[in-house]
Design a protein around this ligand. Structure first.
Ligand code: F6R
Length: 591
């Protein structure tokens, strides 16, 4: 997690580039931040607890620097405080780091034995001290980096300044993302493109094991075998407006409203593969991406007629596996950097499985690791809570189910392409329900708990709706299979406990409605979300949201929209920091 940025050049004030870049990387972590730069031949470090806005307050805007590195932190080793925040410096070497040095304690002990002392509890300071120790021995940074890589295990994207080489930046990458942005008489280092897109759309993605020496005119890249290599220059095709709020109060709301446009873009999405030769499908993912996988399980089992298992990536990695070349492993990830999902793909490959990635960020680690990738084309997603990337993942899975459908002559299947074209307009109609949603959100925002129930595909959607509300509003919430409630959870229902019932599947609608009646009889405040087709009157609900349905393969995309809006407006009512919920980060690159 954590975001890193670096600048060297003569065109701009390094401090502006660093602060601006860090603001665009805050989604990666935002508990503390810092920068290091060279001014009048001296290295200056400024760091603070809090957001980039807080860092800005302690920086002297008149400081001119042509070289600098910056960091926004999501704490892993050591509490959130100024000492633990980056950059970390040991004599000549100053670094910022994203990732985890796994053998840091062992290295630290050895360095202490050699007489070094430590100020912080971080693994990063150990990396800085080790680099300094090697530099003192070798008097050569590149050689020291080479030896550093041999000694260190774990994940690291590092930007480094040596105060004896004031015209050079160094970068090192293993298992954490790092790019080098290319400008004219200036170059950049960043965890991700948004940090540099205002200045250049040309960049190089470093591979695992690579390291680089960067001056304002030149970039030299060395591979894992320490050979200088040529590199591919990529062009970022998106634009800077994607990383601005464009008049919305929050990125999350902007991204919810962008969803029809995402679907329009994806209608003509390149082909999805034929998966008929596999005996079973295994989906690995985390959080909302795993919830998209659960929707996919329902669609693929129903229409492709194959068993589908959904595994939480962090569990999959460590369990006994019954998979082989007849299993297709689908990894779903917005960032393409989630450590557990990436490792799950590597495990699957060791078991000789073919791997398919459903990924949003081009050229990300998982996209490069899988055998076949389908890009979701949701564009940059900045809000920590995913919305548009989630619906894009569900859409890819729906397309996969349609393309591989084993059940012929189904009306809904025949209508799929027509329904897909109509989908964005219906999504826009649902977005216009936001007055009703705000009224419900106001009631929910005062509650201690919110429960979501549904059966089948509605249960999968309930899980995503529940995660959305709890992560951004901090209200406790859980999702239950509606039939399971009376096996324990119903004891939690009291007068006015909110229960949101999702009822979109005709085959089981009456069953879920019975469950809603059971909670209503025990005092619950019932919010009934259903489709025009299934709408039924009764005294079992307090509020009702009716949405259009269009096609069973695409309806989950419609169902989640009012639930995303509810989560957003509940959090807004409670005055929460919606785009950056506490303790979270957008890209979870640690286990
Ligand atoms: C919740 C959310 C997370 C992510 C999860 C996986 O709103 O965004 O649960 O879905 O951390 O992230 P990716 O998709 O980047 O692998």
């Amino acid at each position: 997690m954590c975001g890193i940025v670096g600048y060297i050049g003569k065109n701009k004030k390094a401090l502006n580039v660093l602060i601006n870049g860090l603001k665009h990387l805050e989604y990666r972590g935002y508990d503390s931040s810092g920068i290091a730069y060279i001014k009048d031949n001296s290295l200056i470090i400024k760091k603070t607890v809090g957001r980039i806005n807080d860092l800005e307050k302690i920086i002297d805007n008149d400081d001119y620097a042509y070289i600098g590195i910056g960091h926004t932190r999501w704490a892993t080793h050591g509490i959130v405080n100024k000492v633990n925040s980056h950059p970390h410096k040991c004599k000549h070497i100053t670094i910022v780091h994203n990732g985890i040095i796994e053998n840091y304690q062992e290295l630290k002990n050895k360095l202490i034995d050699k007489g070094y002392t430590f100020k912080s509890d971080t693994d990063t300071e150990v990396a800085a001290v080790l680099l300094e120790y090697l530099y003192e021995k070798n008097n050569d940074i590149l050689l020291s980096i080479k030896e550093f890589k041999q000694k260190v295990s774990g994940a690291y994207a590092i930007a480094l300044i040596c105060d004896k080489e004031k015209d050079t930046l160094y970068a090192i990458k293993k298992n954490s993302p790092l790019i080098i942005g290319l400008g004219k008489d200036e170059n950049f280092i960043a965890s991700d493109v948004p940090a540099i897109i205002e200045y250049t759309n040309k960049y190089i993605t470093l591979n695992d094991g690579d390291y680089a020496k960067i001056t304002k005119e030149e970039v030299f890249i060395f591979d894992n075998d320490n050979k200088q290599v040529n590199y591919n220059i990529k062009t970022f095709e998106g634009n800077a407006s994607e990383i601005n709020k464009n008049g919305f109060d929050h990125f999350m709301l902007k991204e919810i409203y962008e969803q029809p446009a995402v679907v329009r873009r994806m209608i003509s999405l390149n082909s999805v593969p034929d998966i008929s030769r596999y005996k079973q499908i295994l989906i690995v993912a985390c959080g909302s991406a795993m919830h998209a996988g659960l929707v996919g399980k329902y669609l693929l089992e129903t229409y492709v007629d194959k068993p589908v298992i959904v595994e939480i990536a962090s569990e999959f990695r460590y369990k006994k596996l019954f998979i082989d070349k007849n299993t297709l492993v689908i990894a779903i990830s917005q960032s393409g950097e989630t450590a557990d999902t990436l490792e799950a793909v590597k495990v699957a490959k060791k078991h000789k499985c073919r791997t398919l990635g459903i990924i949003n960020v081009p050229e990300s680690s998982i996209a490069r690791e899988v055998d076949y990738v389908i890009y979701t084309e949701a564009g940059s997603e900045i809000a920590v809570a995913t919305t548009k990337a989630y619906i894009a993942q569900v859409l890819v899975l729906a397309k996969l189910a349609y393309r591989n459908c084993a059940i012929k002559d189904l009306k809904e299947i025949n209508n799929f392409q027509i329904s897909l074209k109509k989908l964005p307009v219906i999504m826009e109609e649902i977005l216009s329900l936001d007055k009703k949603v705000k009224q419900i959100a106001k009631v929910l925002s005062k509650q201690r708990d919110i429960f979501y129930i549904g059966r089948g595909i509605d249960y999968a959607i309930s899980m995503e709706a529940s995660l959305k509300v709890k992560e951004i509003s901090y209200i406790h919430s859980d999702a239950y299979a509606a039939g399971e409630l009376k096996h324990g959870t119903i004891s939690l229902i009291e007068k006015n406990t909110p229960v949101i019932g999702i009822v979109t599947d005709q085959k089981i609608a009456s069953k879920t409605i019975s469950n809603l009646k059971e909670v209503k009889a025990r005092g619950a405040n019932v919010i009934y979300l259903t489709t025009k087709e299934l709408d039924s009157e009764g005294d079992f609900y307090d509020y009702k949201i009716i949405i259009k349905n269009i096609n069973p393969l695409l309806d989950p995309i419609l169902t989640i929209i009012p639930l995303q809006l509810i989560a957003y407006y509940v959090a807004l009512e409670r005055g929460c920091d919606i785009d950056k919920p506490k303790n979270l980060a957008k890209s979870v690159t640690v286990e």
